[in-house]
Design a protein around this ligand. Structure first.
Ligand SMILES: Cc1cc2nc3c(=O)[nH]c(=O)nc-3n(C[C@H](O)[C@H](O)[C@H](O)COP(=O)(O)OP(=O)(O)OC[C@H]3O[C@@H](n4cnc5c(N)ncnc54)[C@H](O)[C@@H]3O)c2cc1C
Ligand code: SF4
Length: 521
């Protein structure tokens, strides 16, 4: 059996890399077990076919319910996880997102207020280098100014900006974890629009560019092709002793550790917990509340497209977009639906694949598609509207009766968007098309309902009967077990989740460092 570690981190993605770097730099021995393959930035290729290798290769997820959550689109596998091909749009949650119940009598309050998370947002943005304009971003919650000036705005962003202005709406530079200038040894973006294939230069703050190198420099060990299946518990069932995992040859191993951090993405974390501790407790580990897997959350997203008379050259730029709008953020606006919504404007668009030019018109073939692709290559514009959904205990991850190659039940998701989210989606779809027309596009249309950013399932709270983890992402039932990722969010807001899950992970990892003797005892 391998040496016992201070910390075993499950998953090398966004959350796992923050935990690994913070704990290793504090002198803890850290092992990161990653189910997928090892890779470095040099292994990445800017090609849509190659980019599919970044998608999940792990056990399949059965998606059920009225609205699938698009697990395959949202997940990733191998060093860096989904964060390897994420687009780096990094806005902050707003203070009211964490106090919905107190302020509006809706949803669930977080166990802390925005001001408590703010220093962790500020620390993370200083670490990774976010580009933006804090003053022009009039909706932005309090925080340090961005470390870097805004990213490029070209004809694509300018085309849409005209439409927003015509409609009396604002735009600001997008807050994005893409370097507009060299920063801390990493190069500036070259605007080639390949973020979806994993930025090979290190200009985008994915785990291989920032926190994994820091973790390794501080002595953390990374181990690929090590799929964790269970958290192992002591006899009393109140402390984790380590994890069980399987290597590439299908051989079972046990890794002992003083503390366990589950950072295997929103759907896999509950699956591991529900599959654990079967001999001792029927409902899995850390599940005295019965809420492991519950309150799953997803954003309802709508892609908007326009064909412009002038050139947009949308193949150019960062995939996450150029401009930003949160004019629709007020949850209790008179739009007829509760919740927030936002726009990410001018997404760099390549010819093929899910978010490519071809898939914006899946209804046309042959000559019509040929002409559309020809025109779209230089004249298409794309933006995305993202809408908040409300926490619902019936939206969940549960175990399937189908087993994976190790004999463990697969995850099954059950999801249905709230009436509020569907109405916000509808409002966004209509508004987006109207903006695009006002911008002068000769044709404007929207895509179907899509799921973005999977959250919830292991939510945080003060009351152990109503949540799985506390304010420090520490399991209420198991004091040396921590959860990393958006799974701990009790509400989704409408903002992209990765900046906030970096901040909650840093808060949690810092708590572990500061209280090491208590959490490891
Ligand atoms: C195309 C795309 C674009 C996105 N764009 C944005 C954006 O612009 N802004 C934003 O905020 N967010 C964006 N996201 C979301 C972002 O990628 C996620 O929020 C983030 O990666 C989640 O972090 P995580 O650590 O929870 O999971 P991940 O980063 O996915 O890391 C989880 C890791 O755990 C590993 N793992 C899973 N199961 C096991 C197991 N059993 N044993 C061992 N290891 C395991 C996985 O292989 C993976 O490496 C985007 C996502 C995608 C897919
Ligand atoms: S556009 Fe910029 S951030 Fe995206 S892949 Fe290219 S260099 Fe990296």
């Amino acid at each position: 059996m391998a040496d016992k570690m201070d910390v075993v981190v499950v998953g090398s993605g966004a959350a796992g890399s923050v935990f690994a770097a913070t704990l290793a730099e504090a002198g803890r021995s850290v092992l990161v077990l990653e189910g997928g393959k090892s890779r470095t930035l040099d292994d990445l290729y800017s090609s849509q076919i190659w980019a599919r290798r970044l998608k999940t290769g792990a056990a399949m997820v059965e998606e059920t319910g009225k609205h699938p959550i698009w697990y395959n689109f949202n997940s990733g596998h191998g060093y860096g996880g989904a964060a390897m091909h994420h687009y780096g749009v990094w806005p902050r949650y707003h203070p009211e997102d964490m106090k919905s119940q107190t302020l509006y009598g809706r949803a669930i309050d977080w166990p802390f207020e925005y001001d408590e998370l703010r220093p962790f947002y500020d620390q993370i943005q200083a670490d990774v280098g976010i580009s933006g304009d804090a003053e022009a971003e009039i909706w932005r919650p309090p925080g340090d100014p961005y470390p870097l000036p805004p990213i490029l705005v070209n004809q694509h962003g300018e085309a849409f900006a005209k439409g927003f202005k015509e409609m009396g709406l604002h735009t600001s530079p997008i807050p994005i974890a893409v370097l507009s200038q060299p920063y801390k040894g990493r190069p500036a973006c070259i605007w080639d629009g390949w973020c979806d294939a994993g930025c090979p230069t290190g200009a985008l703050a994915n785990p291989l560019a920032v926190y994994l190198p820091r973790a390794q420099a501080a002595g953390a060990k990374l181990q690929s092709e090590s799929t964790v299946t269970r958290v192992l518990m002591n006899q009393r069932g109140d402390r984790a002793t380590g994890v069980e995992y399987y290597d590439a040859a299908g051989e079972r191993h046990v890794q002992e550790a003083e503390t366990v951090v589950l950072a295997a993405f929103t759907v896999e974390n509950p699956r591991i917990l529900l599959n654990s501790g079967k001999s001792d407790s029927a409902g899995g580990v850390a599940n005295s509340s019965g809420l492991v897997g519950r309150y799953l959350l997803s954003h309802a997203a709508v892609m908007i497209y326009g064909m412009f008379p002038q050139e947009t050259n949308s193949f150019f730029g960062a995939t996450g977009g150029q401009l930003f709008n949160q004019d629709g953020y007020a949850k209790d606006s008179d739009e007829g639906a509760y919740g927030s919504r936002q726009w990410e404007i001018g997404l760099a668009t390549k010819p093929n694949d899910l978010l490519g030019i071809a898939m914006s018109r899946p209804d046309i073939y042959g000559e019509a598609l040929h002409k559309f692709m020809h025109d779209g290559a230089r004249h298409l514009g794309a933006m995305v509207g993202v809408c908040e959904d409300q926490p619902n205990v019936e939206n969940r991850v549960e175990l399937s009766s189908t087993k994976d190659r190790y004999g463990l039940p697969l995850a099954r998701t059950v999801y249905e968007y709230s009436a509020d989210a569907l109405k916000l989606w509808d409002i966004s779809a209509q508004e987006g098309v109207a903006i695009t027309r006002a911008a002068g596009a000769t044709d404007a249309w929207h895509g179907p309902l899509g799921g973005q950013h999977i959250m919830g399932g292991t939510i945080m709270g003060n009351d152990p009967s109503k949540s799985v983890v506390n304010r420090y992402s520490q399991a209420h039932d198991v004091s040396n077990l921590f959860i990393g990722g958006g799974g701990v969010f009790p509400t989704s807001s409408c903002v992209n989740s990765t900046f906030t899950l970096h901040a909650t992970s840093l808060m949690s990892a810092q708590f572990m460092c500061d209280n090491w003797s208590a959490v490891s005892a």
